[in-house]
Design a protein around this ligand. Structure first.
Ligand code: ATP
Ligand code: K
Ligand code: MG
Length: 702
C-alpha cells in the first residue's frame, strides 16, 4: 500500500512518501523535486507535468495552468475574468455542470475540459512518476488544499482523485499539514501529562505561494495540535508580484521601443516569465538585468532592475499581508507577544520585503530581531505533512498518533422546510459556526408537524438542507457566485405513531476531517406505551402484597404474571436520500473516468509507437555499422550488399511522411523482418567470438 502525500500547488506539485527510514520527497521523471502543475494538449496526445512545461510557449493556447483555481468553481465567478484569466493562456469556458473549464484544441478538435478533469489528468501523471519511484502502484494518498477551499472545491478535488484512481484518505488544509510536520518533529513541546498547567506553544504558520497568502495560528502540546484561527488573502501570491513587474515593463518598453506588448498574449507571457526570474534573483541580489530575446517583431528588450525599485512597486501588495496576519491573531485571541515563533513556508516567503512585513506584525524587523523561523523546508513542508498524515492513517506504518483539531472557516447551517414547523418560524440552525473544531458532529432534533392533508398518509417525508450561512459570505472569504447550498436530503419513512401531531426526528450532522459536511444516522424517536412484565425484583414485592391480601380474601387459584404499562423510547431508522450535493454527479464522474482511460491509452500509444520507431531506426544504424565491421566476414558479399541496400531503403522510408506516421505494428513488423536477416549473421559472429574461449576452457580442464 502506498503512503503518499501530495502538495497540489498552483505552480508546482510536490510529492512525499513514507518509507521505513522516514519521509522522503521524491523526484519526477526528470529528477525534479517539484513538478509543474500543467497539462498540455496536442494533435495526438497530451503532455502532463514536466513535458507540458516544455510546450508552454510553443503550444501556448493549449497548455493549461491554474486549474487548482478552476476546480469546483462556477464558470460565472467574476474573479475568473478579473483575476485568473490573466494567468491562463487557454480560453476560459464553462464545463458540463457550470464548472469553470477551458476550451482547447486536442486531436484536431475543440474540447472543453473542466477544472476537475484537468486536475484528474494531472493526478494521473503524479501517480505514474510516484509509482515509478516507489516501485508500487499508487492507491492511497493524502492531498492538501487551501484552507479556504469550500465544500464544492473539496468534493470536486475528491472527484478528480476518483477519476484518476487515487483513494484520497484525507484532504488536509495546507497549513495544517505543515503544522503536523512541525508538531511531530519538535520533541520539546509542552507536555501536559507531566505538568497539567503547562502552557501550549503558539506558533503562527504563514504560506505565500504562487497564488495565495494563508495564515494559521496553531497551539501545540505534546501529541496534539489545535488550530486557533486562520485568515487568508486568496488572491495574493508570487504571480501577482510577477505581474506587477511585468506591467511596469510593458509601459517602459512601449515608451522606449514603441512596442505594443499587451496586444500579444504570448509576448506578455514570455515577459512575465522573465519577470519571475528577475524577482527570484532580487531575493538574493540588489540589482539584476531583465532580458528577453525577440520579444516582439524580433526585437530584444533589456533593462536593469534593482531590489529597491521592485520593493517600491510591490509596496501596495506587500502591505496587504498584514491584514490576514492580524485577523488570524485576533480570531485566535492571541497577541503577537504570546506567539512563540512564525514558521514561514511557500516560495514567495523568500522575498525579503515579504519577510520583513511578516516580521513587523510580530514587533520585529528582518534585519533585527524577529520571530521568523525556518524549521520546515519551505517548499516541501506541506507534502511531508500530508505523507505523515497518510502514514498515521495507514495500517502499514507504525507512527505515533498526533491529534489534530482543525478550525472551521465557513459557518454551516442546517435548514428544513419551515411549513412543517410546530412552533415559531425558525427554518435554520447554525450547527458549525466559524472556529468550530473540525472534525465535529452534532446531534439535531426536528419536530415535524403533520398537516391536515396528511391525515391518511401512511408515511411522510421531510427535506433537510445544509448550507453556508450568509455570514460566511459577508465575513469570510466565500467565493462570489458559488451557491451556498452544500447538500439537500430527502428523509422518508416518517410515520404517525401517536396523536401528538408531530414526529420527533433525529439526525447527526458531521463536519468531517476533510472539511466536508454530511448528515447521517437519521431516525424517528417514538415513545410508545407497552405492556411489559413487571421486573423480577418488583414482581417479588408485589407477589408478597398479593399474599397479604390473600389472607383477607379468597386467594385466586393461580395468580396471573403481573404486568404493567410503561413508556418505551424506540428508534425507528429513516431513509435518507441525497438529492443534491456539491461536487459532480456520479454519472458525470463515470463518463470522465472512461474518457480519461481513453486519453491515457492514446498517450501511451503515441509513446509506444515512438519507441518502436526509434528501435527500428536504431537497428538500421547498428546493422549497417556492424556489416561494415565485425559482421563483415560472416556474411557472403552479395547477401551483404543486398542487406545494406535494404537498410538504406529503410532509413529513407523512415523519413518519408509514411515512415514518420506509421503505426506501432508496422514499425514492429519491419524491425522483425530486418532482424530475421541480421540475427543469423550476428549468431555466426558471436559463435566465432565464443569458440576460442570454449577451446581454451576445454584445454584447461583436460
Ligand atoms: P499555491 O500555494 O499558490 O497553490 P504553489 O504551492 O505552487 O502555489 P510555491 O511553490 O509555494 O507555490 O511558490 C511558488 C512561488 O514562489 C512562485 O511565484 C515563485 O516565483 C516564488 N518563488 C520561488 N522562489 C523564489 C525566490 N527565491 N524569490 C522570490 N520568489 C520565489
Ligand atoms: K508547492
Ligand atoms: Mg502552495
Amino acid at each position: 500500500m502506498s503512503v503518499v502525500g501530495i502538495d497540489f500547488g498552483n505552480l508546482n506539485t510536490v510529492v512525499a512518501v513514507a518509507r521505513n527510514r522516514g519521509i522522503d520527497v521524491i523526484t519526477n521523471e526528470v529528477s525534479n523535486r517539484a513538478t509543474p502543475t500543467l497539462v498540455s494538449f496536442g494533435d495526438r496526445q497530451r503532455w502532463l507535468g514536466e513535458s507540458a512545461k516544455t510546450q508552454e510557449v510553443s503550444n501556448f493556447k493549449n497548455t493549461v495552468s491554474t486549474f487548482k483555481r478552476l476546480l469546483g468553481r462556477p464558470a460565472s465567478d467574476p474573479e475568473l475574468q478579473t483575476i485568473e484569466k490573466k494567468f491562463i493562456n487557454a480560453r476560459l469556458s464553462e464545463g458540463q455542470d457550470g464548472e469553470a473549464a477551458v476550451t482547447v484544441r486536442y486531436v484536431n478538435e475543440e474540447h472543453t475540459f473542466s477544472g476537475t478533469q484537468l486536475a484528474a489528468m494531472f493526478f494521473g501523471k503524479v501517480k505514474e512518476f510516484t509509482a515509478a519511484e516507489i516501485n508500487l502502484p499508487v492507491t492511497d494518498a493524502v492531498i492538501s488544499v487551501p484552507g479556504w477551499y469550500t465544500d464544492h472545491q473539496r468534493r470536486a478535488l475528491l472527484d478528480a482523485c476518483n477519476i484518476a484512481g487515487i483513494n484520497c484518505l484525507r484532504l488536509m488544509n495546507e497549513l495544517t499539514a505543515s503544522a503536523l510536520g512541525y508538531g511531530i518533529t519538535k520533541l520539546d513541546l509542552p507536555d501536559t501529562t507531566l505538568d497539567a498547567n503547562a502552557k501550549p506553544r503558539n506558533v503562527v504558520f504563514v504560506d505565500m505561494g504562487h497564488s495565495n497568502f494563508q495564515v494559521s495560528v496553531v497551539s501545540f502540546v505534546k501529541g496534539k495540535l489545535v488550530v486557533k484561527g486562520t485568515a487568508y488573502d486568496r488572491n495574493l501570491g508570487g504571480r501577482d508580484l510577477d505581474e506587477l513587474i511585468c506591467q511596469h515593463f510593458i509601459k517602459e518598453f512601449d515608451a522606449k521601443y514603441k512596442m505594443d506588448i499587451v496586444s500579444n498574449p504570448r509576448a506578455v507571457f514570455r515577459l512575465r516569465a522573465q519577470c519571475e526570474k528577475v524577482k527570484k534573483i532580487l531575493s538574493a541580489n540588489a540589482v539584476t538585468l531583465l532580458n528577453v530575446e525577440s520579444l516582439l517583431d524580433d526585437k530584444d528588450v533589456s533593462a536593469k532592475v534593482s531590489r529597491e525599485e521592485f520593493e517600491s512597486w510591490a509596496a501596495p501588495l506587500v502591505a496587504r499581508i498584514q491584514e490576514p496576519l492580524r485577523v488570524a491573531l485576533s480570531l485566535a485571541k492571541l497577541t503577537p507577544d504570546e506567539i512563540h515563533s512564525v514558521e514561514v513556508v511557500g516560495g514567495s516567503t523568500r522575498v525579503p520585503c515579504v519577510k520583513d512585513a511578516i516580521a513587523k506584525v510580530f514587533g520585529g524587523t528582518l534585519d533585527g530581531e524577529n520571530k521568523l523561523s525556518y524549521t520546515l523546508n519551505q517548499d516541501e513542508a506541506i507534502a511531508r505533512g500530508c505523507a505523515l498524515q497518510c502514514a498515521i492513517l495507514s495500517p502499514v506504518f507504525k507512527v505515533r498518533d498526533f491529534s489534530i483539531s482543525d478550525w472551521n472557516g465557513y459557518p454551516v447551517e442546517v435548514a428544513w422546510d419551515a411549513s412543517f414547523n410546530t412552533k415559531g418560524t425558525d427554518a435554520a440552525l447554525e450547527v458549525f459556526p466559524v472556529a468550530n473544531t473540525q472534525p465535529s458532529s452534532k446531534n439535531l432534533t426536528f419536530y415535524r408537524a403533520f398537516k391536515p392533508e396528511e391525515a391518511d398518509a401512511k408515511e411522510v417525508g421531510y427535506t433537510i438542507t445544509a448550507r453556508y450561512t450568509d455570514k460566511a459570505i459577508a465575513e469570510r472569504y466565500y467565493p462570489a457566485a458559488q451557491t451556498t447550498t452544500i447538500c439537500e436530503w430527502q428523509l422518508s419513512g416518517i410515520k404517525k405513531y401517536d396523536e401528538s401531531g408531530r414526529a420527533d426526528i433525529r439526525i447527526k450532522a458531521r463536519l468531517d476531517a476533510n472539511g466536508i459536511v454530511n448528515i447521517e444516522n437519521p431516525f424517528q424517536q417514538v415513545v410508545v406505551e407497552k405492556t411489559v412484565p413487571v421486573p423480577a425484583a418488583a414482581s417479588a414485592k408485589s407477589s408478597t402484597s398479593s399474599l397479604d391480601s390473600a389472607a383477607d380474601a379468597a386467594a385466586p387459584e393461580s395468580p396471573a404474571t403481573p404486568t404493567q404499562t410503561q413508556k418505551v423510547v424506540e428508534k425507528h431508522p429513516l431513509t435518507l436520500k441525497l438529492k443534491y450535493a456539491t461536487g459532480h454527479a456520479s454519472d458525470a464522474i463515470a463518463t470522465w473516468q472512461s474518457a480519461e482511460g481513453d486519453m491515457a491509452a492514446a498517450d501511451r500509444l503515441v509513446i509506444d509507437t515512438a519507441e518502436k520507431r526509434n528501435a527500428l531506426e536504431e537497428y538500421v544504424y547498428y546493422a549497417r555499422d556492424k556489416l561494415d565491421t565485425t559482421w563483415r566476414e560472416f556474411c557472403p558479399e552479395d547477401a551483404r550488399t543486398q542487406f545494406q541496400n535494404e537498410l538504406r531503403a529503410m532509413e529513407d522510408w523512415l523519413y518519408t511522411e509514411e515512415g514518420e506516421e506509421a503505426t506501432k505494428s508496422v514499425y514492429a513488423e519491419k524491425l522483425a523482418a530486418l532482424k530475421k536477416q541480421g540475427d543469423p549473421i550476428m549468431a555466426r559472429f558471436r559463435e566465432s567470438e565464443d569458440r576460442p574461449i570454449a577451446e581454451r576452457d576445454f584445454k584447461a580442464t583436460a
